[in-house]
Design a binder for this molecule. Structure first.
Ligand SMILES: Nc1ncnc2c1ncn2[C@@H]1O[C@H](COP(=O)(O)OP(=O)(O)OP(=O)(O)O)[C@@H](O)[C@H]1O
Length: 347
């Protein structure tokens, strides 16, 4: 009887996000359609483990491998599923969940399981940055730099990310990049260059708002140097899907992109950092990955109210981080003043 059922392997990254994975497992037992599917559950034991597990599962010819984790876990699984018959499924449990949000997969595990039960499959593009696959976004500059700091911080969650972003942006210097595409070469001084297969970094931060997963093209966003006065508009537009309308932003589409920079440094792919050289080749591979998607994905699911709410939540977190930072700085100034007064009174 079980032989007739489609096999699905669920891979859990216990380190992703902050959500309880036990609760997701409990829901799986309860809600997964057992008349259609036979499930097995595997926990990752180390970074990179999901690549090996998914490769083995694809070799066995399972129907789908479902990531219970975030974009890093999805990246590891999906890179082993490209150009196979095994589909990727997602129960979002990360911090940002960029690919799941782009695909309009619910953030509620119960609803994400319903999507798996419906079993609608689409074929999407993926990208490569110097032969490293990515599925959501990759890039160089400030966002890569933040992902490196974030990885080193060891704590995962949106607030950590915002704190890091704020504090690091104060001292980050823009670099000069030469960008070569099939249409020619251009030079930019830029704060960051992001290449979108999907439209967002995660947390509904739309860095490439017009990107689609099925057009065989990269959506490139260049953020040129800006001042502190540009920050409110840029952050509003990032969450409002309109960052491409900002005067500090340049965008274009291409199939292949060579980024030439003056020195080696960090890049990010799907939010994870990696060191690369001066020349970086980015390309898109059309229709390389089967993915389980919602039956009724709307063109743009988040309505104006939802987006306003996302923006307000983002601002609230930024505010908290600023207040915390100011309080910290004030304390440092106070401590320094006390020390100076002590020294002076000793003289
Ligand atoms: N058992 C494990 N121990 C330590 N690290 C792991 C383990 N399993 C996976 N990882 C690593 O954890 C990293 C983070 O996972 P993931 O990206 O899924 O979560 P996240 O960062 O919270 O979410 P998002 O990427 O959506 O923001 C991945 O890069 C992966 O390599």
């Amino acid at each position: 009887m079980d032989e007739e059922k489609k096999k699905i392997s669920f891979i859990i990254n216990p380190k992703s996000g902050t959500q309880s994975k036990e609760q997701v497992l409990h829901l799986l037992d309860e809600k997964l359609d057992k008349t259609k599917y036979a499930k097995e559950v595997v926990y990752t034991e180390y970074a990179g483990h999901a690549v090996e597990i998914a490769a083995q599962k694809a070799k066995e010819g399972v129907h789908a491998v479902v990531a219970i984790g975030g974009d890093g876990t999805i990246n590891e699984i999906a890179r082993s599923l490209v150009h196979t018959k095994t589909a990727l499924g997602i129960i979002p449990c990360g911090s940002g969940n960029g690919l799941a949000r782009h695909l309009q997969i619910s953030m509620e595990p119960k609803k994400a399981i319903e999507i798996i039960n419906e079993g609608i499959i689409d074929v999407i593009d993926y990208g490569k940055i110097n032969d490293v696959p990515f599925f959501c976004t990759c890039g160089v500059g400030f966002d890569a730099f933040v992902s490196l700091k974030f990885a080193k911080a060891g704590r995962r969650g949106p607030l950590t990310y915002l704190e890091k972003t704020l504090l690091e942006s104060l001292k980050y210097q823009p670099e000069t990049y030469e960008l070569e595409t099939e249409d020619g070469t251009l030079k930019y001084k830029a704060f960051l260059i992001a290449c979108g297969n999907a439209s967002q970094y995660g947390n509904n931060a739309y860095i490439a708002p017009q990107a689609t997963l099925t057009d065989g093209l990269l959506d490139v966003t260049i953020l040129e140097p800006f001042t502190v006065l540009d920050v409110p508009a840029l952050s509003f537009q990032l969450f409002n899907k309109t960052i491409d309308q900002n005067s500090r932003i340049k965008t274009f589409r291409c199939q292949t992109l060579r980024i030439h920079r003056t020195k080696p440094g960090v890049v990010h792919f799907d939010g994870d950092p990696m060191m690369m050289g001066e020349n970086i080749d980015v390309k898109v591979i059309k229709e390389g990955l089967q993915v389980i998607i919602p039956r009724y994905a709307e063109k743009d699911s988040s309505n104006v109210l939802q987006r306003a709410q996302d923006y307000i939540n983002g601002l609230k977190q930024i505010n908290e981080a600023i207040v915390e930072d100011i309080a910290h700085k004030n304390k440092m100034i106070l401590d320094k003043s006390k020390e100076q007064i002590k020294k002076l009174t000793k003289i």
